[in-house]
Write a protein that binds this ligand. Structure first.
Ligand code: ES4
Ligand code: ZN
Length: 324
C-alpha cells in the first residue's frame, strides 16, 4: 500500500508554508538571525506539539514563524517543503502564506513573496512541480487590516493566484470579510476560505454565498447539514480535507472517526492535504497512509481522492488531462 501511495501523482491544495517549518530549520534560522527560542533544543520544542484545539496550535505556529526574517529564510523554508514534494511525488501544489504574520514584524511583502516564489520557480524548472500561491488573511484581525494587506500585495499580483482565509475560526465568520474578498475578486484573484474546521456548517454557507469561494478548506463540519452536503455534491465544490491535522487538533478524536470516506461516498469532491505538516506529523504520503491504515481506505478510494485533487486544482486543463 505504501508503494501504491508513493506512486500516485499527488496534488496538494491546502498547505500553509509557515506550517512546513521543521524544528531543525526553526533552530537553524533562529541561530542565523540571532533570535532566542523559548526551548532548549529540538526535542524540547517537539514535546510542545501536543495540541488540544486549533488555538493551542496557532499560538505555537505564530511563535515559530518569527524566525523567518530574510528573503533567503523564506526561500530555504519553501525549498525544504518542495524537496518533500519531489520525494513524495507531489506534482502540483497550491501554497498558502500569511503575510500579516510577517508585515507586523516589519518584514515587507516583497521579501516574503520573493523568497517563496524563487523556490517555487526553481522546483518547476528542476522537477516540473507546478504551483500556485494563495495569500491568506488572518481572520482574527480586522477586515481593514486584510484590505491594507491586499493593497500591499498589488505590486506582486502576477505571482499570486488567489486569496484565502485562515487562523482562529470560531467567532470570526466569513461574513466579516465580504468587502476584502469582493476587492480580491475584482482584482482577478480566485478565492478559497477555511470554513467548518471548528466552526459551524453555517460558516461554509457564508463562505460559498458571501465570499464566493471556489473551494472550502477543511469543511468537515458540513456533515452536520444534509442540505449543505447535497449542494457540495451537486455543484462539485471541493473540500480540502487534512486528516492528520484534524486528529492532531481534535476535530476528530481518532482517525477511525474521520468523515472523509463518508463524504467521498456521498459524491462530495474531497481531497487529501497536509495543512501544517511540520506540526502535525506528516506530509502528503503520511496523510494518505493514515487513511489506508486507520480508515481501511481501498486503493480505488485513494486513487479517487488523488484524482479529486487534480480536478479541484487550478492547474491548466491540459495538465489536468495528462494526470487523469
Ligand atoms: C491553520 Cl489548521 C489551520 N486552521 C486555520 N488556520 C490555520 N493556519 C495555519 N494552519
Ligand atoms: Zn489550514
Amino acid at each position: 500500500m505504501k508503494q501504491f501511495i508513493a506512486a500516485l501523482p499527488k496534488v496538494e491544495l491546502h498547505l500553509h508554508i509557515e506550517g512546513t517549518l521543521e524544528p531543525e530549520l526553526m533552530f537553524a534560522l533562529a541561530k542565523r538571525n540571532g533570535i532566542s527560542l523559548p526551548y532548549a533544543d529540538v526535542a524540547a520544542l517537539a514535546t510542545a506539539y501536543d495540541f488540544h484545539n486549533l488555538q493551542s496550535f496557532l499560538d505555537l505556529y505564530y511563535q515559530g514563524a518569527a524566525v523567518l526574517q530574510t528573503e533567503q529564510d523564506f526561500f530555504d523554508l519553501t525549498w525544504a517543503y518542495l524537496v518533500r514534494c519531489h520525494e513524495q511525488h507531489v506534482v502540483h501544489t497550491e501554497v498558502f502564506f500569511d503575510p500579516q504574520t510577517h508585515l507586523v514584524r516589519g518584514i515587507d511583502m516583497g521579501t516574503v513573496v520573493g523568497g517563496i516564489t524563487a523556490a517555487l520557480d526553481k522546483a518547476e524548472q528542476q522537477w516540473g512541480i507546478s504551483s500556485c500561491l494563495i495569500l491568506c488573511f488572518l481572520r482574527h484581525l480586522s477586515e481593514a487590516d486584510a484590505l491594507a494587506t491586499l493593497e500591499a500585495a498589488i505590486p506582486y499580483l502576477d505571482k499570486i493566484q488567489g486569496v484565502g482565509l485562515d487562523s482562529s475560526e470560531v467567532g470570526n465568520p466569513p461574513s466579516k470579510f465580504v468587502q476584502v474578498f469582493a476587492r480580491a475578486r475584482a482584482l482577478g484573484l480566485k478565492a478559497v476560505a477555511h470554513a467548518g474546521e471548528e466552526g459551524p456548517a453555517s460558516y461554509i454557507w457564508e463562505a460559498l454565498d458571501q465570499l464566493q469561494v471556489c473551494r472550502v478548506d477543511h469543511g468537515v463540519r458540513s456533515t452536520d447539514d444534509p442540505r449543505l452536503i447535497a449542494r457540495l455534491a451537486e455543484e462539485q465544490i471541493p473540500l480540502t480535507v487534512c486528516p492528520l491535522s484534524n486528529t492532531r487538533l481534535k476535530v476528530f478524536d481518532q482517525m477511525a472517526d474521520h468523515s472523509i470516506l463518508r463524504l467521498l461516498d456521498q459524491d462530495v469532491c474531497v481531497t487529501v492535504n497536509s495543512d501544517d505538516p511540520a506540526y502535525f506529523g506528516g506530509y502528503m504520503q503520511e496523510n494518505f497512509e493514515a487513511l489506508a491504515k486507520d480508515l481501511k481506505a481501498s486503493k480505488e478510494q485513494l486513487r479517487q481522492l488523488a484524482l479529486n485533487g487534480v480536478q479541484a486544482s487550478w492547474m491548466p486543463s491540459l495538465r489536468k488531462k495528462r494526470l487523469i
